[in-house]
Design a binder for this molecule. Structure first.
Ligand code: ATR
Length: 277
């Protein structure tokens, strides 16, 4: 039986996930499809029924349904439960189980480029406190860092992130203004908001006047691949990490959940870059 995968979200017509998963299937010699289930919110339950009726093996969920899909599932992985959002669902032993591979995929993608960053002394700053930030913060606190601070426009919202924190991690909540002023205290800065995304490509969440040369500035926005934030980081002698790698590695982890196969995501990174240029 051919593998049946798919994506639930809205809008998703321009999603690169079908291309990525077809490349993975090709790599593994797996015969299968990755179908787009674009749906409005009032049709989400019907779409899920359709997915069940078709005998789909697994699917991804993207905006705006990462939370809304949860009530239809039978089981949740612990991280997905703590994060409060699901991006990957697998049909196994008659049950639908939800996972969240966004944060782990993100961390994987940074490790690939900057393995030396992953040590106790590295001071981390997360910008933003939305859904993406929750997954990323959850994955970061499982690494060897001791200090992972969070800055957000609404500091009250940033405090909610602390419920996915681990005991040994210290986290201060900052305003963007405070973050800008003490930016040279950080070695790794992670931009998790949608600020700077097309069509608002001139927007930048904080200025990098005080960035430490040699720090890593990472942006999860990948349209454009070079955001204003990354351009400024580069100009100020910082290292950069672009957002498309997260897209690819969350997919790699989802593919592993569905098939048990460890695909070589690296192989298609450059092609993905070309598609986004
Ligand atoms: P996502 O799931 O993509 O993370 P979200 O949950 O709506 O989306 O979260 C959006 C994040 O981007 C939040 O950190 C939000 O800041 P607030 O919590 O203060 O709202 C941030 N954000 C969105 N637009 C912004 C803007 N124009 N300036 C600064 N921060 C912004």
């Amino acid at each position: 039986m051919a593998l049946q995968l798919g994506l639930v979200g809205y809008p998703i017509q321009h999603s690169l996930s079908p291309w990525i998963h077809h490349q993975f299937m090709k790599q593994e010699g797996i015969d299968g499809t990755y179908h787009l289930f674009e749906t409005t919110e009032d049709q989400l339950e019907n779409t899920f029924e359709q997915i069940r009726d078709r005998g789909v093996d697994g699917f991804n969920i993207t905006v705006p349904y990462k939370q809304k899909i949860m009530k239809f599932l039978d089981e949740l992985d612990e991280d997905a439960q703590r994060i409060g959002a699901v991006n990957t669902v697998v049909h196994q032993n008659g049950k639908w189980k939800g996972y969240n591979t966004d944060g782990q995929g993100y961390v994987h993608s940074v490790k690939r480029s900057y393995p030396n960053l992953f040590k106790e002394e590295t001071k981390v700053l997360v910008l933003g406190a939305g859904g993406a930030a929750r997954g990323i913060y959850r994955a970061l606190v499982q690494e060897s860092f001791e200090k992972v601070d969070v800055a957000n426009r609404t500091t009250e919202k940033a405090k909610e992130l602390l419920d996915v924190k681990k005991d040994h991690i210290q986290t201060d909540i900052l305003t963007y203004q405070a973050a800008e002023q003490q930016l040279n205290a950080y070695d790794f800065i992670v931009q998790t908001t949608s600020v700077g995304m097309k069509p608002n490509t001139n927007d930048q969440v904080i200025s990098l006047d005080h960035v430490k040369p040699g720090a890593v500035v990472s942006d999860i926005v990948y349209q454009p691949l070079m955001t204003e934030l990354l351009l400024e980081a580069k100009a100020r002698g910082a290292n950069i990490h672009q957002g498309h790698a997260m897209l690819l590695y969350q997919a790699q982890l989802a593919f592993k959940i569905w098939t048990g196969k460890d695909v070589d995501a690296e192989k298609i990174l450059e092609q993905l870059e070309m598609k986004l240029r």
